[in-house]
Design a protein around this ligand. Sequence first.
Ligand code: ZN
Length: 257
Amino acid sequence: MSTVDAGTDDLSDEELLRYSRHILHPDIDFEGQLILKQARVAVVGAGGLGCPAAMYLAASGVGTMIIFDDDVIESSNLQRQIAFTTADIGQSKTETLCRRLEELNPHVSAKPVRKRFEGKEAVLEGIDLVLDCSDNFATRSGVNRFCVDNRVPLVSGAAIRSEGQLCVFDSRAAGSACYHCLYGDMDEATGAANCAESGVLSPLVGVIGALQAVEAVKVLLNQHQQSLGKLLLYDANGALFRMLRFRQDPACTVCAH
Ligand SMILES: [Zn+2]
């Protein structure tokens, strides 16, 4: 069996075997797997959400992944940031995660960007999708603005204590809402708590990060239309998922023109 890479417009024998459970899936098949291989996805934040989301996307065969994070791994991260081990303490999160992704799947190229997302980075050229796995509102706002301005779909996840949220935005679709339509000008002072202050249940970030990866694959395969305009809320204590519908805010200062 050949392990030689087949180039970007074909799958090698090794890839056909590796991705066989995708290729057997009628919604993905060979053509879908090739689309995933050719995809270029940015993950903003290599923490509790970014680790599982990026690992599932690497395992799924997303060909190019760009991981933004300016932090180093600390002992208190290991409770939930499952790509990291005790031996990684003190190392760069993005560089460590990228190494793990390429170990997981050598057919994937993972590029570390050791800084906070600004949206001006040259590495974002030709990006197909952004996953927001960050933990602060300033970054979330900047990611949303980049995605609206550049018509790039966005899969946004958040988790705090025992509650998680998931939302898919696609500014390529006419009349589609953005993150700002939903959350407005919230900032750290007006209630956007983060897990460093409030705590978070370890597997909860796995649930939300995995859901982000599910939605990311759907966006890349253009099978995400039913996800738009919905906010999915997961309440771990109540063991329930709820869904809220929302629309574009005609007065939104980011996406309404
Ligand atoms: Zn908006």
